[in-house]
Design a protein around this ligand. Sequence first.
Ligand SMILES: *Cc1c(COP(=O)(O)O)cnc(C)c1O
Length: 383
Amino acid sequence: MQDLAAALAELEGQGLRRRRRTLESAQGAHVRVDGRDYLSFCSNDYLGLAAHPALIAAVQEAAANHGVGAGASHLVNGHHALHARLEAELAAFVGLPAALLFSTGYMANLGVVTALVGRGDAVFADRLNHASLVDACLLARAEHVRYPHGDLAVLEKRLAASTARHKLIVSDAVFSMDGDVAPLAGLLDLAQRHDAWLLLDDAHGFGVLGGRGQGTLALLDRSLPERLVYMATLGKAAGVAGAFVAGSQALIEWLVNKARTYVYTTAAPPLLAAALSASLQLIVGEPWRRERLREWIACLKAGMAGLPWALMPSETPIQPLLVGDHREALRLAEGLRERGILIPAIRPPTVPQGTARLRISLSAAHTATDVERLVTALRDLAA
Ligand SMILES: *Cc1c(COP(=O)(O)O)cnc(C)c1O
């Protein structure tokens, strides 16, 4: 216990101790936190669906008709018709043969990587990949080969030098703390040329990118290889919870049998699947949500010109303001909080040393006035 207390005190001294705030309202652009109202640029609820009436109605109806708990794992008897319907809808939406639901994105990544590779195999991973992909590689006990962010030349060299039995390339499709899109076409080429699987984690592209919100794959105008594993989460733009993996029929059958985070866990409540089916209809049917996002991205970029901190290059709703020093990032976040605006300061170890940032995330739930308020507050803090 003394070791823990000392380690926590050390984090405190370094300005790296983390604390939770308590949300007392629904998730949205305007939230109540620890007894005070804020304008929030914190959530990944990019389309503003987390508290949408259609999702609430779907949950209420599903609860009334099907109860709350799933009661068992998918392979025992927790696999509900609402899960099956959603899987079919998701596969059709992203244009792949089959899909499989997981309870969280973290579990999906652990399950997929450990089901595809093991000892004697190699995983090739972008240095800025999400923590769940890093942990998945460690758990799989495969060789973990990292390459510099987005560096296809280095990736190619490492693939060529590898004698591993099975090779798997893993990458965020949209990087969660930077907002940039991975070099998708190059990754697909390298996977094909080096006989490797490719896992793309589209946690931040699904619902947001592509004309209908079908995600990052929509940016590619070519046929997809059989060994593509597409993963997206359902607690961000989709506004609910969970994740899915999509790919070939054989891949999905294999995961049903071998992904331990699928097999050995209770199925998510079917009412969440009902909410997600409702969410999919809004994602497809209300393209104005994506148009609004594009508008807010442009407004923010224009408003930030000439400030001492620069927005990182990103065309997605993740618009990080690079501050550098983590204490300065905290000071800025605190200044915004005093002005009634919540934005998280992202510090090491979530991001590399010296690259602390304010991770501004935009939502279709924001208004032009909200974005203007943020720009004014940042200009005020820079003065
Ligand atoms: C959020 C996130 C995850 C984890 O998804 P959860 O459903 O929140 O567990 C995985 N990968 C990336 C890139 C993420 O941003």
